[in-house]
Design a protein around this ligand. Structure first.
Ligand SMILES: Cc1cc2nc3c(=O)[nH]c(=O)nc-3n(C[C@H](O)[C@H](O)[C@H](O)COP(=O)(O)OP(=O)(O)OC[C@H]3O[C@@H](n4cnc5c(N)ncnc54)[C@H](O)[C@@H]3O)c2cc1C
Length: 239
């Protein structure tokens, strides 16, 4: 009997990133006036770096931010991947349902996931479901995922190709991919896929992609504190 696993979380790991990513932004901006002499001054003067980066973000000079990039390994359900992959300013390599048997790991909303939508299109709010709704969602999601996976396995056992058998799998099955974004692409992604009171242009992302975006933001902010602070203080607008 195959073990079917249910998760209610997303995972985001940083695989690699540009060394000194804040410094790189300042150097890229200063090359226009100092040429190759930009490095020595900026490397030692954090205040200069910080003032310059704040100026760039505030005035939407975005190209210097493109030199710093981050590669994440993300594991999320396919309905979340559909949203992530709408962001074209990123590079993706994802596990293949044609070449690999997909693992029996499925998303199920936990108690913290509000289940009921109220309000009009574009101005929804979500409220907690009743106990009956929580049980209903949890039971149906788990039942349907299990059934689908067994049909998937049955077809594989009968010699059907993976790319055909996968057609019965639901959108809540997990997939993993490497995602590389430069910091400008990240700012665009985070401005749309997080909810934050500092945002000049508030966005209302689905909770599950926000769970991914929040982790990406925490990782990015720790590696690029100067740029993150400038972006956050200037309304979280992508320059
Ligand atoms: C809350 C929310 C709801 C959404 N609902 C829907 C929906 O109902 N249906 C739907 O289809 N999508 C929906 N989307 C997806 C949305 O339309 C975008 O595809 C997605 O957010 C990616 O944004 P982006 O194009 O800015 O990002 P990227 O593709 O990373 O592009 C970054 C920037 O590069 C520039 N750029 C990239 N490609 C081009 C191009 N071809 N031409 C000109 N400039 C370009 C633009 O300035 C763009 O902002 C939704 C997104 C959000 C956040």
């Amino acid at each position: 009997m195959t073990d079917i696993k249910f998760r209610s979380d997303m995972s985001v790991d940083l695989i690699t990133h540009t060394a000194n990513p804040d410094l790189m932004v300042a150097m890229a901006a200063r090359v226009s006036t100092l040429g190759s002499d930009s490095l020595p001054t900026l490397a030692t003067d954090k205040e200069e770096q910080s003032g310059l980066i704040n100026f760039l973000i505030k005035n939407r000079h975005g190209s210097p931010v493109e030199h710093s990039s981050f590669t994440f390994l993300i594991s999320a359900p396919i309905f979340v991947w559909r949203e992530i992959q709408r962001h074209r300013m990123a590079s993706y390599n994802e596990e293949s349902g044609r070449y690999k048997q997909l693992e029996a790991v499925f998303y199920v909303p936990d108690h913290n996931r509000c289940l009921v939508q109220t309000g009009k299109t574009g101005a929804y709010t979500f409220v907690q479901g009743s106990e009956e709704q929580e049980v209903l969602v949890s039971d149906i999601v788990q039942y349907q995922s299990t059934e689908s996976y067994y049909y998937y396995l049955e077809m594989l056992e009968q010699g059907v190709a993976k790319e055909v058998a996968r057609m019965v799998l639901p959108l809540n099955i997990y997939s993993s991919a490497y995602v590389t974004m430069n910091a400008r692409g990240l700012m665009n992604f985070l401005s749309l896929r997080t909810q934050n009171e500092n945002s000049t242009f508030p966005s209302f992302p689905q909770r599950e992609i926000a769970m991914v975006a929040d982790q990406m933001e925490n990782i990015w902010a720790a590696k690029m504190p100067i740029t993150w602070t400038a972006w956050n203080n200037n309304g979280r607008v992508c320059p």
